[in-house]
Design a protein around this ligand. Structure first.
Ligand code: NAD
Length: 375
């Protein structure tokens, strides 16, 4: 039997090696695509092309007895690689006349990412770091655009120092909250102003499909090229009023980070053996643990600043706390009927999204399971 098995395994190894060669060929082609897109100023992410290509491959795969989802998984993973490598070919510069871009906080995590993207697009980038304020006038005097990306609690103070920018200079920021920084920028500078919030961390392989929220400040016609440049990097733009952005972030950021923080804090007090928990965990628990644990691998100042940034956040967290306390009475009273009733009501509220989320999470869980190695 082992001879038979070994012969089959040898053939599988050979097929895998062919797959590697084919992938190498595909990546080389993608590199050329990156160069062409860069020359012609085309965005790295083309949703229609991606959808049409996936639909065609799914159909072809099915005809050959290959599960459609298998080819889609392989291609999506390959495309992620492609977007990252296409990015390295650089991007067409949409505003070649722009004077230097000064990134205040450009040595920070997000600042470095944006400095790299602007340089890949042919712009001259200068960094104004914490120690550079003595020479700030020199750095800022010919700035075409200033990007503020410093820790949230320092942002208003830093913006207030930008009171002598050239009139036509664009002033923008990347802060995770928007109302106060946008107002501060409008107060300090009379030229074009726009607030940006990249809805991703600095560890993304490329900006393909990543969301960037923008809040118009003043002189929108002067920074359209910037929005187009972000699209060319693959980002999906979302225009919002600063207040609406901050309101949305009470749930998307403040409450989520706070509940993860409390969960992690509680876990640390319970002090279970994490290795054992992982050994026992279902894919969904592993994902949950990973999502909570990753918070504690990051800068507490960033999350603290986000959570403490508004009264609205505090009010939202307090309402969640009340909801938790009310839900606790169901447990205290061992009232299973009430539990089922409130569960059904909530499920009704989610409506069709429940099923949508079921299938989306199934695919995530399969990926999480694939990544596990149980030695
Ligand atoms: P960071 O701490 O990594 O970087 C901040 C940089 O600012 C550092 O290099 C620091 O030396 C510099 N700095 C501090 N004080 C300064 C001053 N007075 N003058 C000039 N530079 C100064 O922080 P980060 O994670 O890159 O976050 C920066 C901004 O990006 C924040 O507003 C944050 O809300 C936003 N943001 C971060 C993320 C993320 O995941 N990291 C995501 C979206 C938005």
């Amino acid at each position: 039997m082992s001879v038979e098995l070994n012969a089959l395994r040898d053939q599988i190894d050979e097929v895998d090696q062919q797959m590697i060669k084919l992938l190498a060929r595909r990546l080389a082609l993608v590199e050329k695509v990156g160069e062409v897109k860069s020359q012609h100023g085309l965005p790295i992410y083309a949703p229609e092309r991606e959808a049409a290509m996936l639909a065609a491959r799914r159909e072809e795969a099915e005809k050959q007895g290959v599960p459609a989802q298998l080819i889609e998984d392989i291609l999506r993973r390959t495309m992620r690689e492609s977007y990252a490598s296409e990015k390295d070919a650089g991007f067409k510069c949409l505003n070649p006349e722009l004077r230097p871009i000064v990134i205040v906080g450009g040595q920070g995590q997000l600042g470095r990412l944006f400095a790299r993207m602007f340089r890949l697009s042919g712009y001259t980038v200068k960094i104004l770091g914490r120690q550079d304020w003595e020479h700030a006038d020199e750095l800022l005097q010919d700035a075409g655009m200033v990007v503020v990306t410093v820790p949230i609690h320092l942002t208003l103070d830093v913006i207030s120092k930008l009171n002598n920018l050239p009139e036509d200079c664009i002033l923008c920021d990347l802060t995770s909250i928007k109302s106060k920084p946008l107002q501060a920028m409008l107060d300090v500078h009379s030229g074009p102003v726009v607030g940006l919030h990249p809805m991703f961390g600095p560890d993304v392989p490329s900006l393909a499909k990543q969301v960037v929220v923008y809040c118009d400040g003043r002189g929108a016609e002067h920074y359209q090229w910037l929005l187009q440049q972000l699209s060319m990097w693959g980002a999906s733009l979302c225009q919002l009023r600063a207040e609406d952005h901050d309101h949305g972030m009470t749930l998307i950021q403040a409450l989520r980070h706070f509940t993860s923080y409390v969960y992690g804090l509680h876990l640390s007090k319970e002090n279970p053996d994490l290795a054992k928990l992982l050994q026992l965990s279902s894919p969904i628990y592993r994902l949950e643990l990973v999502m909570v644990g990753r918070l504690f691998g990051q800068d507490p100042n960033l999350y603290g600043d986000i959570i403490f940034s508004s009264e609205e956040n505090t009010a939202m967290i307090r309402r969640f706390y009340q909801c938790f306390t009310e839900a606790m009475t169901i447990i205290d009273e061992q009232d299973k009927a009430r539990f089922i009733e409130s569960f059904a009501k909530t499920s009704q509220w989610f409506g069709d999204y429940s099923q949508k989320f079921m299938s989306e999470s199934q695919s995530l869980l399969k990926h999480a399971n694939d990544a596990i190695h149980r030695g």
